[in-house]
Design a protein around this ligand. Structure first.
Ligand SMILES: O=C(O)C(=O)C[C@]1(C(=O)O)C=C[C@@H](O)C=C1
Length: 293
């Protein structure tokens, strides 16, 4: 899928120095990257053809799926996953250098909701009852703190953000659990696997499965058997609301195999025979353990 002489334009959840930016530079380098303020803005940029790719967070090891991304992929435009990158996430609390001496007097802590949630025990213990303010990304929080030097506020984000926005890291590694990783996905209008050095050997396929209308008992069991007896290894299954009524769900299923594998072709046919509606987000390689900053 990759053409070596072509520099793709890539929308990412910005501003500069967000975790998504780090993931984007790891995969694409620094040329052609275009920050967008929100996940829907990234998705729309690629869906409307303003950029070749978008990279957005999909799932965090502590907080689970990023609902905005999942819901836009199911209910929104026809986009495909071309690659996945997983990075370790290290959260630090940072203040304006002007406030370095007054960390104990912080009046609000700003960050992306996932980042605040990843540090909630720390915040409960260290900044009990200090208001938590949600921002569109960790880097947006760091930028806001840098632009408001007289306010007693802090941001939670990565080391690159502290450097980029000239902030002082007051305390390091404040995430509550050691294993804190996030999966980011590269999206485009085209199916296909981005081949970048160091990718996983086995591709992954993401399916979004809607159950048949008749709601018969045992249907989820039947769906799981489709994969089980073919020895297709599922790496994730999760339900999300269909948004049509309480108790109505669709399922996100990740399988460690390419959609072109004969076993997967058989699995798709069997799911259709079970009257399931299946939306394939495509097959893609994954990149793991890229160190964060
Ligand atoms: O705010 C950022 O820096 C992001 O890239 C977003 C995001 C997320 O949506 O989960 C990415 C990784 C971290 O888990 C925290 C926030």
């Amino acid at each position: 899928m990759t053409d070596k002489n072509f520099t793709p334009t890539v929308a990412y959840l910005g501003p500069e120095a967000s975790f998504t930016h780090i993931a984007a530079t790891t995969l694409f380098g620094t040329v052609g990257l275009s920050p967008r303020p929100t996940i829907p803005d990234c998705i729309e940029a690629v869906a409307e053809g303003h950029v070749a790719y978008a990279i957005v967070p999909l799932e965090n090891a502590l907080e689970g799926s990023v609902p905005l991304t999942i819901d836009y992929l199911f209910h929104g435009n026809e986009l495909f996953i071309n690659a996945e990158i997983s990075t370790p996430i290290e959260q630090h609390i940072m203040v304006n250098k002007k406030q370095e001496e007054f960390v104990d007097e912080i009046e609000s802590v700003h960050s992306h909701p996932h980042a605040l949630a990843q540090c909630h025990k720390y915040l409960q213990y260290r900044f009990r009852r200090v208001p938590l303010i949600q921002t569109t990304s960790t880097a947006a929080a760091a930028k806001y703190v840098s632009e408001n030097p007289d306010e007693k506020i802090a941001a939670i984000g990565n080391r690159l953000a502290a450097e980029k926005y000239g902030l002082h890291i007051a305390e390091e590694n404040i995430h509550d659990f050691h294993f804190n990783h996030t999966r980011f996905v590269v999206l485009s209008l085209r199916k296909g696997m981005l081949e970048i050095e160091g990718h996983s050997e086995t591709p992954k396929t993401t399916l979004m499965v809607k159950l048949p209308e008749d709601d018969r008992s045992g249907v989820l069991h039947q769906i799981l058997s489709v994969f089980a007896w073919r020895r297709l290894n599922m790496s994730k299954i999760e339900s999300r609301p269909l948004k049509t009524g309480l108790g109505n769900y669709f399922f996100i299923i990740d399988v460690l195999e390419s959609i072109d594998h004969p076993m997967m072709k058989g699995a798709m046919e069997e799911l259709a025979a079970l009257n399931c509606t299946v939306k394939s987000l495509g097959s893609y390689f994954t990149y793991n353990e890229v160190p964060s900053r």
